[in-house]
Design a binder for this molecule. Structure first.
Ligand SMILES: [Zn+2]
Length: 290
């Protein structure tokens, strides 16, 4: 276990740069609480690997109204990227590479070279897709959806930190209340379900920040929350050498977060350096649902 060894880069460099360089979208109610330095992520609760009872898509999900009514009065006390129920580790010493496509202005790119590198080395990965990115990239979406090397996850409808109070991360306003949090998860889940013929099993919010009430709302929708133990590309700000060094040093069992929506970043070239070395060292890669 390495619950206490979460890379410092995650907090220092954040996850917003790769996702929201051009500011938040406009399709969600404004935040109730403005960004504040006092709202930095809370330190070091351990991530949980306990299985979710709601993984099965055969269980009928409660209605939007039921969920909102159940959670509307609950007040969260925690905030951050590594709350209980946020999965940052995988079993048996494997590595779970995850790549986000955040969408929106400045976030709709497609790093085809990075995807080609994963394919060339037959390295599976979990790709988290925002609704706006899907709308802007129908061709790449279809290509990725057809490739069993990749599991596709839910990266939110409007790429918001998932909050029931409008709490912000990196200056991006979170969802304003339980209803908005529900919609942030459910609306893109419905889009993915319609396109893929099956619901997504994993969710990661924009900026990967949550309160604990919002984490429970994700569970109500039958999805698990993907965290991370290693910030592989610093929100798509790292040089290729930084990416290669960081990913190459990922400890056994780590969920690694990076981006595949910034083809000009160092991410793709960094993975092209790191993957052959990791494979030569006998490291094994899994999708989150593996
Ligand atoms: Zn993102």
């Amino acid at each position: 276990m390495f619950c206490g060894r979460r890379t410092v880069l995650a907090a220092a460099l954040g996850l917003a740069a790769g996702c929201a360089r051009s500011g938040p979208p406009t399709s969600v109610a404004p935040a109730l609480v403005p960004p504040s330095p006092s709202q930095s992520p809370s330190p070091s609760p351990s991530p949980s690997l306990s299985p979710s009872p709601s993984l099965s898509s055969s269980v009928a999900a409660p209605s939007r109204e039921e969920v909102i009514a159940r959670y509307a009065g609950q007040r969260p006390t925690r905030w951050g990227t590594d709350l209980p129920g946020v999965v940052a580790e995988v079993p048996d010493g494997a590595l779970a590479l995850t790549f986000d496509a955040c969408g929106g202005p400045g976030g709709d790119g497609y790093d085809a070279a990075l995807i080609d590198t994963l394919r060339r080395h037959r390295v599976p990965a979990t790709l988290f897709l925002n609704a706006r990115w899907i709308d802007a990239n129908p061709g790449p979406f279809g290509d990725l959806a057809a490739d069993p090397l990749f599991e596709l996850g839910n990266h939110g409808t409007a790429h918001r930190p998932l909050s029931v109070t409008g709490r912000s991360a990196y200056g991006i306003a979170g969802t304003a209340d339980a209803a908005a949090a529900y919609g942030e998860v459910a609306d893109n889940a419905a889009k993915l379900s319609a396109l893929l013929g099956r619901p997504p099993r994993w969710f990661r919010s924009g900026t990967a920040h949550y309160d604990e009430v919002a984490v429970r709302i994700v569970g109500e929708l039958g999805e698990r929350v993907a965290g991370f133990a290693v910030n592989g590309d610093g929100g798509a700000t790292f040089t290729a050498e930084q990416v290669a060094r960081t990913v190459g040093a990922a400890p056994p069992g780590a969920v690694v977060i990076s981006h595949f929506n910034h083809p000009d970043a160092g991410t793709g070239r960094g993975y092209a350096q790191a993957l052959p070395r990791l494979l030569d060292a006998g490291r094994r890669f899994v999708r989150l649902s593996d």
